[in-house]
Design a protein. Structure first.
Lengths: 244, 207
């Protein structure tokens, strides 16, 4: 497992499985696992590992990275993924979105958008793990993704990713205003307040975070308390049952 | 006590099976309708399209087997998500399709029943009990479960709706008619609350 800053300078965080067990025990709402080198190295998704990881997950588990066709999706779902995320392949072959949504249902199809700010203040989408500029506007691409049947959009700010300086609220607003499907904000969370802002002020339906939980003392439970205090409905802890 | 999970070609069976294994159940995947005769509990999972899934259920003989084993013999059945929706009389996704008809009602798109929020309804949401039920033992009212759906079950008889959830409007979360149960959310993806619900389904003893 690695963490970078701006999709660069990756540092190792540790093996994946213990992290999955940890976050599952901390009762995060969902887990997303992306193989970030897959599209650059032309790797296929590793469904054996997915199987091991899915066994430890009692909350929804989304898997992405290098998915280019529906056979791989079938294999990942059988291995235990609940949803799959596609990114690079969707630019080259947008019909994959329609095909996946039709075969597996929209609820299973997350399309990831990685976006950067341009010098003129506009945004552009990047593919191949933030190495190739697609020249597409995130809002325009999001509209196409939604019309092709995707269930959710995972929107990551390349500039803010790993910085813990806050989500890119303008980017989030730009995309969430363009579509009627849920948008998950990602990239930049460094405090609970950042998460509150993304939902309350920028229209995100959900927030995703990594560095804040890998590298600071802040916790998913703390985040949810803060969001609840700010008036955002969140899942509370299940109190009544002794663990068997 | 054997739990059969119906494999009719759609849906992610693995997480449903694993959830039952986690709570110590003797679970197996039923690949042929005759296997239902071996089961004490039956689970109907479901993901995707109502019409296509009903087509699979009917053409492979599952609906006939369920009529016999669940309706006539009274074995408890739990429908999950689309599996719950297929318990209805009709589904209105892309035209009108007949459902199993076990619990009278129609399945409609969320925006057709007045919901103006983003579709699909995806994420955790709390459920509100309308009446006590064996599925709710040990689960506090307003507990959260994981939902992901674009259609909802509109019951003809309000007595069959035993829990709702709120997403702009009230949506059916759990239905029950005798030994037949359905939940719109995914108990296998709902962490501890979900596991407890599955445990309750196993422990349910019809009189």
């Amino acid at each position: 497992m690695v963490k970078g800053v701006g999709f660069n300078s990756w540092r190792r965080v540790g093996p994946v499985l213990p992290s999955i067990k940890l976050y599952n025990s901390r009762d995060v709402d969902e887990l997303i696992l992306v193989d970030i080198s897959a599209s650059i190295e032309d790797n296929k998704p590793d469904h054996d590992s997915v199987s091991d990881f899915a066994k430890e997950c009692s909350v929804p588990f989304t898997v992405g990275g290098g998915i280019t066709n529906t056979e791989q999706i079938i294999s990942l779902l059988h291995a235990g993924a609940d949803k799959i995320a596609i990114n690079t392949a969707a630019y080259k072959n947008p019909d994959l979105i329609d095909a996946a949504a039709k075969l597996f249902g929209a609820q299973c199809v997350v399309v990831s958008i990685d976006a950067k700010r341009l010098t003129d203040g506009k945004f552009t989408c990047f593919s191949h793990s933030a190495t190739v500029d697609t020249s597409k506007s995130p809002a325009e691409w999001a509209r196409e993704i939604a019309s092709r049947g995707a269930g959710e959009i995972l929107l990551t700010s390349i500039d803010r990713d790993g910085t813990m300086l806050g989500y890119d609220l303008e980017l989030i607003e730009h995309v969430s205003n363009a579509v009627d499907i849920p948008v998950i904000a990602s990239g930049g969370a460094g405090s609970y307040a950042h998460m509150v802002d993304a939902v309350k002020h920028a229209g995100a339906s959900a927030v995703a975070a990594a560095s804040i939980f890998h590298f600071t003392e802040q916790t998913p439970a703390g985040a949810k308390k803060a969001m609840q205090a700010a008036g955002i409905p969140v899942r509370r802890d299940f109190l009544n049952i002794v663990n068997v | 006590m054997k739990v059969a999970i119906i494999n009719y070609g759609v849906g992610n069976l693995a997480s449903v099976a694993r959830a039952f294994e986690d709570i110590g159940a003797n679970v197996f995947v039923a690949n042929h309708p005759s296997a239902l005769h071996d089961a004490n509990r039956i689970v109907l999972p479901g993901v995707g399209s109502f019409a296509e899934s009903m087509e699979c259920l009917v053409s492979a003989g599952w609906s006939d087997a369920l009529d016999e084993v669940v309706v006539e013999q009274g074995k408890p059945l739990l429908g999950i998500c689309l599996g719950m929706q297929m318990l209805a009389s009709f589904g209105l996704e892309g035209g009108e399709t007949k459902g199993l008809g076990y619990i009278p009602g129609t399945v409609k798109r969320l925006d057709e029943i007045g919901c103006k929020f983003r579709i699909p309804h995806v994420g955790w949401n709390d459920i509100s009990y309308l009446k006590a039920g064996p599925l709710f033992d040990g689960i506090q009212n307003f507990s959260d479960f994981y939902f992901v759906h674009s259609f909802a079950f509109v019951s003809e008889n309000k007595d069959h709706v035993i829990a709702t959830t709120s997403y702009d409007c009230k949506l059916t979360a759990v239905v029950q008619k005798g030994n037949i149960f359905g939940c719109q959310f995914h108990p296998e993806k709902s962490s501890k609350a979900g596991r407890q619900l599955l445990r309750n389904f196993l422990n349910y003893a019809p009189c």
